[in-house]
Design a protein around this ligand. Structure first.
Ligand SMILES: [Zn+2]
Length: 135
């Protein structure tokens, strides 16, 4: 994975207002929401009409995979998945606590933030994550 692609998969903790939400944007023209943020709406083509918005959970697990082979900074195995969040926003992210119950399509997932990797200097990389929610 390129560095650019890796950076799109996580948001800096300072970039979100709350630990249970993602810092997204909403098109002022058509209302389409995005995470991560972008400047041009791919739904209606509007440019410069985006406003910051908190993308909140819970969402529904769309699909997932268990990663067995990864760069050294990640502890394997770990789970990643697409979660459909309110506002028609589908987000790819790591899933924590995936080994406590079977992951199933449609199960409720909440947004949280947690360490997802250990950098070469020993510091932790914190990112948004998805966590199975209690029903
Ligand atoms: Zn739009």
């Amino acid at each position: 994975m390129s560095k650019e692609a890796a950076m799109t998969l996580h948001a800096e903790p300072d970039d979100v207002a709350r630990s249970d939400a993602l810092a997204g944007c909403e098109c002022g023209h058509c209302g389409r929401r995005y995470f991560p943020k972008r400047t041009v709406c791919t739904e209606c083509g509007s440019d410069g009409a985006m406003a910051d918005v908190a993308i909140e959970g819970p969402g529904a697990l769309y699909s997932h995979a268990i990663v067995q082979i990864a760069p050294k900074i990640f502890e394997v195995p770990y789970a990643v998945g697409y979660v459909d969040l309110p506002g028609d926003v589908r987000v790819l992210g790591q899933i924590v606590d995936w080994d406590r119950q079977p992951l199933k399509q449609g199960m409720k997932m909440q947004i949280d933030h947690a360490p997802i990797a250990t950098e070469p200097d020993g510091s932790k990389r914190v990112s948004f994550v998805f966590r199975p929610a209690a029903d």
